[in-house]
Write a protein that binds this ligand. Structure first.
Ligand code: XMP
Length: 509
């Protein structure tokens, strides 16, 4: 086990992802984790992340210095390096000049195991105000930049290393090499963590938790996480898993059919398909406020799910597709108990008294996709764009009616079909159509029209927090426009939304 100790850097999840990309399993732990846990969990490598604090600040997060005496190799990054230097008797101070952005690193000790294979001068990414002025006893300087003479330090005997730059970001050109040198050369790890081993241990863990006779429920949404979680748990406990698919009538064209086909026909998972479209539409009648629509869909979802769950009788467990970023963001990275309610299912009621099973708790999104593929889920599903829980209710602006849903659904299907045909689907984070609540004048044939516009939205993004509009070739936009106005009744105009986030959001409501 490799541990990334989280001192609050914005990059800490990135460090963990890079390590896993090198096929080394790692977890993110808070600095307060007791030293015994490092021994108990047989930790083989420790990476101390960066963080916004200064080691001298009252509130600076610290780590028990006994960690440095466990004999486990440590790599300190930025703040992590400064903290290690400080704790071991080095001198850390506010630097004369801080260093922010790209810098050139000159390697002074090229045969150090940490720096093996690096170019003599290589570009790194810096972001620090404090510096290690003199390294602790036993440490030597391994590399420098103009502004920072102690850019890399190390004590090879104790296998303690520090880098002032950020090896985890892409601007550090040979960052991956540095991390892999640490993991493979310094720590002697092998990088043999595979998707199959992830699946095996997740399946075993689910069997342990649910036992020989326990029964579980899963709410399928058609999204990647709940789908992969369902298939994984089904592999562990077979037909003691029941999937409930609440079709709220706000899905895209063909989606409900795809869910039933995939899970019932292909994976043979017992599936309850609840067609609740009428119920949801009745509740949404006359409602125009976006947040009110969200609340209604969320609440109704829970009601329907609860009814179905009660109908099934004795069930002890609820499967959720919670993934690692959710766990880390909720502050539970030390294996604690805080669990963020799963955004996408709107929070399944606690009073059902079900114990949560979260087989994807330790996986990043791209790992979830890999597991999904290995379990035989179709690419189409595994590579899907995110889709909001309230579905098309927040893409039909204003009142949601069956007629307007049908217009949007048809336009949206054309948009996605043409994106796929142009081979662009995987380059886009999310693409969808929006139906506004206005009409405009047009001319078709010899007649005047007065009909709806369709707004097309397609964005690129890393995590949905910020986004840029996707640069379509004009020919593709033209084809989409002519198909939508030609094929979808009540639509006479197509516009493309070029707003970034911020200031726009991805969705229109
Ligand atoms: P915004 O519109 O806030 O969207 O830029 C960011 C991401 O979140 C999704 N989203 C939602 N997902 N329930 C969800 O499950 C919601 O109410 C909701 N609102 C937005 C959105 O699709 C995008 O991926």
């Amino acid at each position: 086990l490799t541990v990334v100790v989280d001192f609050g850097a914005q990059y800490n999840q990135l460090i963990a992802r890079r390590i896993r990309e090198s096929r080394v399993y790692c977890e993110i732990w808070p600095p307060t984790t007791p030293v015994e846990q490092y021994r108990a969990r047989n930790v083989r490598a420790i990476v101390l992340s960066g963080g916004p604090a200064s080691v001298y600040a009252e509130s600076a997060p610290r780590i028990d210095p006994a960690v440095f005496e466990l004999g486990i190799p440590v790599l300190g990054i930025c703040y992590g390096m400064q903290l290690m230097a400080y704790e071991l008797g080095g001198d850390v101070r506010r630097a004369e000049r801080g260093e922010y952005g790209k810098a050139m690193l000159s390697v002074e000790v090229p045969d150090s195991p940490l720096l093996r294979g690096l170019d003599p001068v290589t570009q790194v990414w810096m972001s620090h105000g404090d510096s290690v002025i003199s390294p602790p006893p036993g440490f030597q300087v391994l590399a420098r930049t103009d502004a920072t003479p102690t850019a890399v330090i190390g004590d090879p005997a104790r296998r303690l290393y520090g880098v002032q730059f950020h090896p985890e970001v892409v601007h550090t050109v040979q960052g991956k090499q540095v991390l892999e040198n640490f993991l493979f050369r310094v720590c002697g790890l092998r990088g043999d963590w595979t998707v199959d081993s992830v699946i095996d241990s997740a399946v075993a863990a689910v069997r342990r938790q649910v036992g020989e006779t326990g029964r579980a429920l899963v709410a399928l949404s058609g999204g990647v996480d709940s789908s992969v979680a369902a298939v994984l748990v089904h592999r562990a406990i077979g037909d003691r898993l029941t999937a409930i698919f609440v079709d709220h009538g706000l899905l895209r064209a063909g989606e409900a059919e795809q869910v039933t086909r995939t899970f019932r026909d292909h994976f043979h998972i017992p599936l309850v398909h609840v067609d609740a479209a009428d119920r949801f539409l009745a509740r949404l009648r006359g409602v125009t406020d976006p947040e009110e629509k969200r609340r209604i869909v969320g609440r109704e979802f829970i009601r329907v799910f609860e009814e179905e769950a009660r109908r099934l009788g004795e069930v002890g467990f609820l499967v959720q597709g919670t993934i690692y970023p959710d766990v880390v963001e909720s502050g539970a990275s030390g294996g604690g108990a805080v669990i963020k309610t799963h955004h996408n299912v709107g929070g399944i009621p606690e009073d059902l008294g079900l114990e949560l099973v979260e087989p994807l708790r330790l996986l990043f999104k791209d790992e979830v996709r890999e597991v999904g593929r290995a379990l035989g889920l179709p690419d189409e599903l595994v590579g899907r764009h995110p889709f909001p829980g309230p579905g098309l209710a927040i893409r039909v602006l204003g009142e949601v009616t069956p007629e307007r849903l049908a217009i949007l659904r048809q336009a949206d299907a054309i948009f996605l079909e043409e994106i796929r045909r142009a081979g662009l689907y995987d380059r886009i984070w999310q693409a969808f159509a929006v139906l506004p609540d206005v009409r405009s004048v047009g001319v078709m044939g010899d007649g005047r029209t007065y009909a709806y516009p369709i707004v097309l939205r397609a964005v690129t993004s890393e995590d949905g927090m910020t986004a840029d509009f996707f640069r379509f070739p004009y020919e593709v936009l033209e084809r989409i426009m002519s198909r939508i106005v030609g094929e979808v009744p009540h639509v006479n105009r197509v516009v493309y939304d070029i707003t970034t986030k911020p200031p726009g959001t991805i969705e229109w409501e």
